[in-house]
Design a binder for this molecule. Structure first.
Ligand SMILES: C[S@@+](CC[C@H](N)C(=O)[O-])C[C@H]1O[C@@H](n2cnc3c(N)ncnc32)[C@H](O)[C@@H]1O
Length: 352
């Protein structure tokens, strides 16, 4: 459709320029999202339409500034403004409500936090040198910084739990647990995945294994799900010590945190400690061989890992090569089975 009064060529040029400028403004949207997630505005708006004056009064914000941020978010499909200075939530915006079953509020607060923005400012130097932006900005690696900040650590693991909710249901449905007795979730964080799997399969027992701060909220999550009596919580370092009493070891959204050297070390640690009859189930992104414009989230994660942790997403051949080099045999690769994540099943190769 042409813009009124403009010829077709100018309309098309404007369309392209607008598309580019909207992408350039992505970081402005991220900052605005971080602000309203921190303020908890979606919890105040709920299904209602609220005046920016009321919202400012309830959060102690400056009304004219808040109103302009809410208008920006209306323009990108997060809020609505049915009457001047009165705001509701779109279906997407409602994901910022804490009480939404698919809430991404903690996820938004983490990915739109000063810690993230500071590290991402180092993207240019990181691309120039290959150095790790987070470490350059913060003077330590990501997980060391996380361990030193109890409040942000709790938010981060909450965010990971939110990210896992849909995938957890997909794993519980897609994997055949009928011959499994005990599931160990390595790097299992707050236990969201295992809680979902154990709820769906009452014959299973499990262990959530993660760093001490990683498992801090797991007892509460497992208790809330009603599976605490079938699930242990074990703090530890998966490079050094992995529980040996499982028959299925799930490792979800973990390998992308690590560079190849560390990812191989983690697989070697698994190979050395998993029972010979156990199965390793890697749940995560498997990148296509060439960039897929329909999978922006996978590439956000890939570059995010480059910035924050020096890790990366990997293709199927890259996963196969790493598993083969560390003594595993790939049994199946199910692309998108834990949509949008994939599932790779591998077993210890026969000793050579
Ligand atoms: C990106 S999060 C994924 C968490 C969870 N599997 C999920 O999908 O929501 C990576 C997890 O690995 C854990 N982790 C990092 N280093 C670890 C280590 N050395 N030993 C055990 N867990 C570790 C982190 O604490 C974090 O919970």
């Amino acid at each position: 459709m042409s813009i009124s009064g403009l010829d077709k060529d100018t309309t098309e040029r404007l369309r392209l320029r607008t598309a580019m400028i909207e992408r350039i403004g992505g970081y402005m949207t991220s900052h605005a999202l971080g602000v309203i997630a921190d303020l908890g505005l979606a919890d105040l708006i709920k299904d209602d339409v609220r005046g920016s004056d009321e919202l400012a009064a309830e959060t102690g914000a400056d009304e004219p500034s808040l109103r302009r941020v809410l208008r920006l978010l209306a323009a990108v499909g997060i809020t609505t403004e049915p009457e001047p200075a009165r705001f509701g939530l779109t279906e997407v915006g409602a994901l910022l409500r804490t009480d939404s079953p698919d809430s991404l509020r903690a996820f938004t607060r983490v990915f739109c936090s000063p810690m993230w923005f500071t590290a991402w400012q180092g993207l240019g130097p990181a691309v120039a040198t290959g150095d790790l932006a987070f470490d350059q900005a913060k003077g330590s690696d990501f997980y060391t910084a996380l361990a030193a900040d109890t409040e942000f650590s709790a938010l981060f693991h909450d965010a990971m739990g939110e990210e896992s909710r849909v995938a957890a249901g997909r794993v519980a449905a897609a994997y055949d647990f009928s011959r499994v007795t005990k599931v160990i979730d390595l790097g299992g964080g707050d236990g969201t995945l295992l809680a979902t799997v154990l709820t769906a399969h009452p014959h299973l027992h499990g262990t959530v294994f993660d760093s001490p701060n990683g498992v801090a909220d797991a007892p509460a999550v497992l208790h809330k799900a009603g599976v605490a009596d079938r699930c242990e919580v074990q703090p530890g370092d998966f490079f050094q010590d992995i529980p040996q009493d499982g028959d299925l070891y799930i490792i979800k959204s973990v390998f992308q945190d690590w560079n190849d050297e560390d990812a191989l070390a983690l697989l070697r640690s698994c190979r050395a400690r998993l029972p010979e009859s156990a199965t390793l189930l890697i749940v995560g992104t498997v990148l296509p061989e060439t960039a897929d414009s329909g999978q922006a989230v996978a590439y956000f994660t890939d570059v995010n890992m480059m910035v924050m942790a020096g890790g990366r997403e990997r293709t199927e051949p890259e996963f196969r090569a790493m598993l083969s080099a560390t003594g595993f045999t790939v049994q199946s690769v199910q692309i998108g089975a834990a949509g949008p994540l994939s599932m790779i099943q591998a077993t210890p190769s026969a000793a050579r």
